[in-house]
Design a protein around this ligand. Structure first.
Ligand code: HEC
Length: 115
């Protein structure tokens, strides 16, 4: 606690660059938590995304739906599929909360965009 306060204080007095990095730290922490939740849900949603989809970052090799590493859907596209279902993929509206859907959408879009 002392260290953080001290750092912020120093940053505000000193470098603008360091200051803005620290001020945006909560956003990074929030995104990291969403990414971790999304990755977990990819394997634990009912039915699990991993059963049907390949996504390297998640260690998933399902072959029923499209390979997400190739499709590289943006977050809005993932969220739409989760809410409405698409083709043979069921809607997850009844089993995933809005927060879960947001976390999964962020995770799948970011993880699939990786090289
Ligand atoms: C029962 C198998 C199955 C499960 C489970 C499943 N999917 Fe799918 N998914 C599919 C199929 C099949 C498609 C292709 C549907 C089509 O285009 O007709 C698809 C399509 C998608 C798409 C592309 C949507 C688009 O706009 O083209 C995304 C993104 C996706 N799934 C993400 C997920 C995520 C995230 C989960 C876990 C919460 C999940 N899927 C669970 C079978 C599944």
């Amino acid at each position: 606690m002392f260290t953080m306060k001290h750092l912020v204080h120093t940053a505000l007095l000193g470098s603008t660059l360091l200051g803005s990095a620290l001020l945006s730290a909560p956003a990074f922490a929030d995104e990291a938590a969403q990414m971790a939740l999304g990755k977990k849900l990819f394997a634990t949603a009912t039915p699990a995304c991993a059963l049907c989809h390949t996504l390297k970052d998640a260690g998933a090799e399902g072959a029923i739906g499209p390979v997400l590493d190739e499709l590289k859907p943006d977050a809005a596209r993932v969220a739409r599929a989760l809410r409405d279902g698409i083709g043979a993929m069921p809607s997850f509206k009844a089993t995933l909360s809005e927060a879960d859907i947001a976390a999964l959408s962020l995770y799948v879009s970011k993880a699939s965009a990786k090289k």
